[in-house]
Write a new protein. Structure first.
Length: 172
């Protein structure tokens, strides 16, 4: 039993230092000084925090663990998560907005452009440039969706080509 106690480090503990708010590189050094191993377990993206900063740690600070144990760290990612935009043209605005919001993109601007079909997606733009299906963009991106405004009743007036003075309408 004495050998087992020696082998498992029975009675020997380290206090986990608080590395939250430190850069990942500094957290590695602090944990190494405490004879603990840092393991990067996850990353999240938060615009309010600098990239590479430790956001969470497990076990929490001031916990006691045996020497050589792992402390799992979650850091603030260096860039936002990206998503792949599917082909959104030739579908309804409502359906396109639902797909984009489902991907996690919140900033959506809708612009109506002349078209025969109301609320039909004609184009999707990111940073002012058209994008096609399969394009990867950051989840924090702002998209502009160009949709058809449709024709009103007054737009259905057609001029006779041979006689410009004759106007034909669909009114009875």
């Amino acid at each position: 039993m004495a050998w087992l106690g020696w082998w498992t480090g029975h009675g020997e503990y380290r206090e986990v230092p608080d590395v939250k708010g430190l850069s990942y590189e500094n957290a590695l050094d602090v944990l190494a000084e405490a004879d603990l191993l840092a393991v990067l377990s996850d990353s999240i993206f938060n615009t309010d925090t600098n990239p590479g900063i430790v956001m969470e740690q497990m076990p929490r600070s001031n916990s006691t663990v045996k020497p050589g144990r792992s402390v799992y760290l979650t850091i603030n990612a260096y860039s936002p998560r990206t998503v792949t935009i599917p082909n959104l043209t030739d579908m309804s605005l409502r359906q396109a907005q639902s797909i984009i919001e489902g991907l996690g993109i919140k900033a959506i601007r809708v612009v109506e452009v002349p078209s025969e079909y109301k609320d039909l997606v004609l184009n999707v733009k990111y940073n002012g440039l058209p994008i096609s299906g399969g394009t990867r963009i950051p989840i924090s991106a702002a998209l502009t969706i160009e949709v058809g405004e449709g024709y009103s009743d007054t737009d259905s007036i057609v001029e006779d080509i041979d006689n410009p003075d004759l106007v034909i309408t669909d009114e009875y």
